[in-house]
Design a protein around this ligand. Structure first.
Ligand SMILES: [Zn+2]
Length: 329
């Protein structure tokens, strides 16, 4: 992962927390994360436990809130300085009522009143946001996109998620679930998308899952996205072909997104982005050549800065933003 001044500031910070630190949670399909994050993006403590989603939401929420109490104790930040709770989770969810609706990565979790339960258990106001939207807020406020007014965040891992900051504000859409940039179509007759059931979505080509699937189809059974990237660097022809298709699909999707939003910067995070310039350099070259917008010729395309803390830092950014009313503050 690329490093910036913002990221350096976010790691390992142990100074006293400014007024009103945030207890932040990130609920993933495999991991629950919690951390204490201050208003400068400094992470004072961070811990992860397995989600064990099959044990159900009641069991998971109990363990999540216990994890939260533990990270507050470990952070050295007094409880009275924890003013807010921020929670990021995959959608669909309702950020206004604070309910999880039926997230596909949490099978059987239907209409879970997460915010109410968090407020009840922890005694502070809580906010809930789509995790990719929260990550976009984190990268915008504290990470690679700090200082931009129009920024796109894409996370490329098992699936592909996204979020956008438009004119300095997070874009949420009518129901709070906008920014599904992984489902921008790059080939309308293309591969079936596991995430949404349509064909030819960006996610159906560039997710880690898809890279592994296409590698298997090319005769590289068992190869992960990282194996394919390594094989492409070594010049293995089948890996090169799969990798080149990945680059073309990502460049196609990012070009459409740049044409739509005219952003100053596209920030790319998630496990697949760990390949860094091997992925970004050819994508950047194609987007600059193909984008219609004049700014598309110069849009910055960079790796995310917050690494594995992006979930909790993003959830904290959302809590700060909702209470301040703007991501600019
Ligand atoms: Zn899709």
């Amino acid at each position: 992962m690329a490093s910036t001044a913002g990221a350096a500031r976010a790691y390992g910070r142990r100074e006293p927390a400014p007024e009103g630190a945030v207890l932040a949670f990130d609920i993933g399909g495999t991991k629950l994360a919690a951390g204490v994050v201050d208003r400068a993006g400094g992470v004072h403590s961070f811990a992860v436990v397995p989600t064990d989603a099959a044990r159900g939401p009641e069991d998971a929420m109990r363990r999540l809130f216990d994890l939260g109490r533990n990270v507050v104790d470990e952070s050295g930040v007094p409880w009275e300085q924890i003013g807010l709770i921020g929670i990021g989770c995959g959608g669909p969810l309702d950020p206004v009522s604070g309910h999880l609706i039926a997230p596909p990565h949490l099978t059987g979790w239907v209409d879970v009143p997460l915010v109410a339960r968090a407020e009840q258990a922890l005694g502070r106001p809580a906010v809930l946001e789509n995790d990719a939207t929260a990550a976009a807020a984190g990268e915008h406020r504290f990470g690679a996109g700090a200082g931009t007014r129009n920024m796109i965040y894409l996370t490329i891992s098992t699936g592909v998620g996204g979020g956008s900051v438009v004119d300095g504000r997070l874009y949420r859409g009518a129901s709070g679930n906008g920014g599904e940039l992984g489902h921008v179509t790059v080939d309308w007759q293309g591969r079936e998308c596991r995430g949404c059931g349509r064909r030819g979505c960006l996610e159906a080509y560039v997710s880690g899952t898809s890279i592994a699937e296409r590698a298997a189809e090319a005769g590289l059974a068992g190869a992960t996205a990282a194996d394919v990237a390594a094989g492409a660097r070594a010049g293995e022809p089948r890996a090169v072909a799969v990798w080149d298709e990945t680059v073309e699909a990502l460049a196609c999707g990012v070009t459409s997104i740049v044409n739509l939003f005219d952003p100053e910067m596209v920030v790319i995070g998630g496990g697949v982005s760990a390949t860094g310039e091997q992925l970004l350099a050819p994508v950047r070259e194609r987007v600059h050549a193909q984008a219609m917008s004049p700014a598309g010729g110069t849009v910055e395309i960079v790796t995310a800065a917050l690494g594995d803390r992006v979930g909790v830092v993003g959830a904290a950014a959302i809590a700060i933003e909702r209470t301040a009313g703007t991501v600019d503050a």
